[in-house]
Structures are given as structure tokens and as C-alpha cells.
Ligand binder design. Structure first.
Ligand SMILES: *Cc1c(COP(=O)(O)O)cnc(C)c1O
Length: 404
């Protein structure tokens, strides 16, 4: 037998293992110095009470012969699909049919799995810096070419730096699949409707597909920033959208998300919706009943209110980090529509050099921008997902140290 040797090409995930190694070494040598972690991309607040109540009730349903549920429908129960269509789309003036929504165990899986229905011959474009899943899943599929000079030979990189306000430029060569994530991880920057329209037009004119990841839409505060790509005219013929309850409702450990594949999206007359339906029915067996009830509660009146409070808590952390750093002279980005603050390292320090300084001098852990791609060099990510106390304490440490 032979293995899929594309797996041998994948660059080892140097970023988070390297961070863990450095933090562990520091803690071992300095057990008396407590570390504050603002590097994680994981939530820390507990689930909204409305979700907990719904899950407890769903557990009881499973204990009774009359309400017991076996295999769930492959694409999600009707009631959750209806709640999504009404709250996430129709409430924003976007008409998405329930048959265009596929419930799943999260956006990460779907972002990777979508490649199953797309030819290996497609040319892929990604932003740089980038959420590593988009790149690694294309390497596994054999779409990447070879790793040379710090990049994949067959992947088109779109640098996002302060020079272009962290918005990629339209490709200068033809690309087939374009990954866009807005509000963005790691830069925390958002895209306006006007800017996103340019991408939709490009995709429709060139027959390209946009894979739009809107995992952070709940953090949007500005009116001209779209929550869904389908708020843009023409998007239904060129875009698939990935959504997640992870950052919206703290479901990182519960696992639930969904993908929208409009019926109008076709290649050579074939609906991608039909292919994705077939892919999911064959390789995925649906989201657990208990989880679907928790997701449904996200859209209840109580649930919405409780979740808005949790998001506001993180948004306040983001503001504390952003304003605190700005006050002490840092150049900072993001935060307004996102739980991420992206900062320019001072004095042209390298990303890792800045990481080492924060860890060794003030015991604050963040994420070096370079770990997300070459254009992240010279930048650094801090996240708003910590506790308010830790966030404030970390900002104080940074202020005290860098004000010197
Ligand atoms: C956190 C995150 C997701 C969510 O992934 P899940 O699998 O739904 O938890 C998706 N995309 C990006 C860019 C993320 O940072």
C-alpha cells in the first residue's frame, strides 16, 4: 500500500508547539512568576444559561422512549435550520432557504472538507497572514505544489499588511478558489460591503469560488461591515459561507457550525449544493440532538440577550487592550469588529523577539504574527478571550514596561 504522501509535505505546526515549549521552559525556570496568556484563540466564559437549560432538557428527552432521538438528519433538524435562516439571514434581508444550510460540527472541519467537492486542479488564493487550516488542507489534498522559499509554489498569496490596511488586493493572475475570512483571524480587521463587492464581482467575472469564513461576525460593531457575504449582490452565484457557534456562543467545546451553499452556485451547470449534500450524507452523520438544542437556544430571546452580554465582555477586553497599547505608543489594529488586536512590534523587533521580551520581562504570552505567514513578521496578536482581570493586568504590565 501507499500513503497519501502529501501529508509528508506539511510543515510541522511550528507556531503553537514552539510557543508551548518556550512557555513551559520559562515556567519551569521561574515557578514563582505567574504568566498571563493572551495568545489563545479559545473562549473562556461559560455557555449562556439558556443553552445549558436546553441541553439539560435534551438529555432528559434522550432518557424517555417517547422523545428519544437516534441518528439526527444529516443536514440538521428542521427547527434549527429554520432558526438559522430566520435570525442570521432573513433578519438581515438575505433570503437563504433551509435547504441551503448544512449544520456541522464546526467551521474548521467544513473549511477543510469543502475541498472534497472541488477539483485538485484549482488554483487556490489565500491571505497572508492566514488561518493555517486553509493552507494545510490544500496541501493534504495535493493542491499546493511544493514548499519553496517559505511558501507553496501553487498557492497564490495575498499579503495583508498596514500598507493595504490589511485588505488583500485582487489577484493579478487567474485564481479559482479564494479564501476570505472577515472579520479576520489573525489581524482582527474587517471588510466593508463596498470592498467585499469587488471580490464578488471578480469571482463572478472569472468563474472563481469564494470560500467566506465569517466565524467572527458576532463581533462586528460597524454598520458598513457585512455579517454575511450574501449581503453583497451577486454572492449567491460565487460564494460558500462558513459559520460557527464557537466564537459567537462559546461552543468551542460543544462543537457546532454550519455551511451555506446556495442553489444558484453552479459549475458547468452542476449545483455545488447537491455535491456538498452528497458529501455530507456520505461522510458525516449529523450533529448530536443535544448540541442542536443548545444551538437552537442561541436564537431564543433569552439566549440572544445572554450571548450579547458575553460578546460585550470580550469586546470590552479588546477595547482595553487596544486603548491601553495605543496610549503607550504602540501602533494597533483590529479590535473594533473582532476579539483580536494586531499590533506592530516596536523598534522593528521581530515577532519572535517581541514574544520573548513579553514572556521573559513581563510574563505575558501572545502570538507572533510571523507564525501566520511571512507577511505577519513584525506584527503580534493579542486576544480578548481572557478574563477581564487578566486582560487589565496584562495591559498594565505592558504599559509599565514599555513606558520606560
Ligand atoms: C475559531 C475559528 C473558526 C471556528 O472553528 P470551529 O471549528 O467552528 O470551532 C473558524 N475559522 C476561523 C478563522 C477561526 O479562527
Amino acid at each position: 500500500m501507499k500513503i497519501n504522501d502529501n501529508f509528508l509535505k506539511i510543515q510541522s505546526s511550528y507556531l503553537f508547539s514552539n510557543i508551548a515549549k518556550k512557555v513551559n521552559a520559562y515556567t519551569a525556570a521561574n515557578p514563582d512568576k505567574p504568566i498571563i496568556r493572551l495568545g489563545i484563540g479559545d473562549v473562556t466564559r461559560p455557555l449562556a444559561p439558556a443553552c445549558i437549560t436546553a441541553m439539560h432538557k435534551a438529555v432528559d428527552d434522550m432518557a424517555d422512549e417517547k422523545t428519544f432521538m437516534g441518528y439526527p438528519p444529516e443536514y440538521g433538524h428542521k427547527w434549527i435550520l429554520k432558526a438559522i435562516a430566520e435570525n442570521d439571514y432573513r433578519a438581515r434581508g438575505v433570503d437563504i432557504d433551509e435547504s441551503e444550510i448544512f449544520l456541522s460540527d464546526g467551521a474548521k472541519s467544513d473549511c477543510g472538507n469543502i475541498g472534497d467537492i472541488l477539483s485538485v486542479d484549482n488554483k487556490v488564493a489565500v491571505c497572508d497572514p492566514v488561518y493555517p487550516v486553509y493552507v494545510d488542507t490544500n496541501v493534504m489534498a495535493g493542491r499546493s505544489g511544493d514548499f519553496v522559499n517559505g511558501g507553496w509554489s501553487n498557492i497564490y498569496y495575498m499579503p495583508c499588511t498596514a500598507e493595504n490596511n490589511f485588505l488583500p488586493s485582487l489577484p493579478t493572475e487567474k485564481v479559482d478558489i479564494i479564501y476570505l475570512c472577515f472579520p479576520n483571524n489573525p489581524t482582527g480587521m474587517a471588510i466593508t460591503k463596498t470592498e467585499l463587492k469587488k471580490w464578488v464581482d471578480y469571482a463572478n467575472e472569472n468563474g472563481s469560488l469564494i470560500l467566506f469564513d465569517s466565524a467572527y461576525e458576532a463581533f462586528i460593531t460597524e454598520d458598513d461591515v457585512p455579517h454575511s457575504i450574501y449581503e453583497i449582490e451577486g454572492a449567491k452565484t460565487c460564494a460558500i459561507e462558513f459559520r460557527s457557534f464557537s466564537k459567537t456562543a462559546g461552543f468551542t467545546g460543544v462543537r457546532c457550525g454550519y455551511t451555506v451553499v446556495p442553489h444558484d452556485l453552479k459549475a458547468d451547470g452542476t449545483e455545488l449544493n447537491a455535491l456538498w449534500a452528497r458529501r455530507q450524507a456520505t461522510k458525516f452523520n449529523g450533529v448530536s440532538y443535544i448540541t442542536q438544542r443548545a444551538a437552537e437556544a442561541v436564537y431564543s430571546e433569552e439566549g440572544k440577550k445572554q450571548i450579547r452580554e458575553i460578546i460585550a465582555y470580550y469586546q470590552n477586553n479588546a477595547k482595553v487592550i487596544y486603548n491601553g497599547l495605543k496610549d503607550c505608543g504602540f501602533t494597533v489594529y483590529g479590535a473594533k469588529n473582532s476579539p483580536y488586536v494586531w499590533l506592530k512590534t516596536p523598534d522593528n523587533m521581530g515577532s519572535w523577539e517581541f514574544f520573548d521580551t513579553l514572556l521573559n520581562e513581563i510574563q505575558v504570552v501572545g502570538t507572533p504574527g510571523e507564525g501566520f505567514g511571512p507577511s505577519g513578521e513584525g506584527y503580534f496578536r493579542l486576544t480578548a478571550f481572557g478574563s477581564a482581570e487578566n486582560t487589565a493586568a496584562a495591559v498594565e504590565r505592558i504599559k509599565n514596561y514599555f513606558a520606560k
